[in-house]
Design a protein around this ligand. Sequence first.
Ligand code: GLC
Length: 453
Amino acid sequence: MTPERRDAMDEMIVKIRSGRLTRRSFLERATAIGLSSTAAVSLLEACGGTSGSTGGNGSTVNIVWQSEKDSTTPSVYQSVTDDFNKSVGHQKGIHVTWQQGPASTNDLLTKYDDMLRARSHSIDVMSIDVVYPAEFAANGWSKPITNTQWPSSARSNYLPGPIQSCTFQGNLVAAPLRTDLGLMYYRKDIITTPPETWDDLVSMSKDAVAKGKTKYGYVWQGAQYEGIVCDFVEVLYGFGGTILDPNDSKKVTINSPAAQQALAAMVSWVGTISPAAVTTYQEDDARLVWQNGNSAFMRNWPYAYSLGNASGSAVAGKFDIHGLLTGGSNTDGGHSCTGGWNLAINAYTPNSDASWEFINYLLGPAAQKKLAIDASQTVTLQSVYDDSDVLAKQPLFGKLKPILQNARPRPVSPRYPDLSNVLQQHLYAALKKQETPSAALSAISSGLQTLVS
Ligand code: GLC
């Protein structure tokens, strides 16, 4: 939310409370500044004034939650926000406005970077990608979550990996809303036994296309943004390679035979089993090709499961998921890349108590279950994975535990955005055949070595 938009909203709230604005004008103005009609009505209701308000004097504290892109229709993030506003928010005098995010996590980081460097609090609760908490902590951009707010007895109900991803130098700098893990989607009506190796996937793809069963074999994320790093590390880990030495994070290990094989394989898919345009694909681009029934395989996150089964999808009921694949002589099994989104409180907001109330609600069973059921989001509350309602609605939850156990993160560093930029630039150049895999890996290796030393 821009400061202008937020000022306009604050002014409307003051005016409606003092009787200087009609309900109708309020709703018109709310729509004009970009609020959805549900959000506008809920804000109007909240402005009716409540007792027991955290804002004091019965007034409402108005906070903004900026999320990553939510592709569900209707938006599940709007829905959990409305649930909060009607329940805890109503009791405590807090009103949350949810703000949709851009498709690319890099664009969202730029937005936060601009806001936080200006010490602005136009956003109170920030959804931050799992790769950024270290940077936020190092810059003092988020308010740590204390033991009093979230005691260890409560934390123990959540997946430990995502909590770890929110922890920097012993402090919890955000709270884990959901994790993410790369999955191999395959068409059950085309592929009888899912592949275990990347070679299997190539031959099954070629066969499916040759027999006229699909247009493409495999769609994934090859555009120059964070997604290309996720897709690459999965192939790399599958071939047995690493980016940094697991025992010494100051040692770059990417220029290895395993990495050469992994990157050469990816390059060979572009324009063969995958469309040449895969180098422009982010998650939703791949998903739309897949949902139109045009690919035998897709690499994507769990959110694509419920969307793929929604009405209007050509693949509804025709697909399943599998873990990531292996390559070369590696027998260690495939590894998904861990992703996910954490909720951080803007260090500059005067509304940190209200922000925590909202975060606490999103971590609670009602919201976590709704995110799993309505959007197949791999939330962090462990009980959701064994919940019978969730398993009935989204059967993928029954298959995720072993995949989660083998998932591996991207490198962790306060300079992650710089590390990632080096990777993105040269991986993309290799996919576009502007650099050979070997030149790309050697450039990545020296770029990373400067950053980690
Ligand atoms: C998903 C993941 C996130 C990752 C991004 C890449 O949103 O949760 O961790 O960085 O995709 O596009």
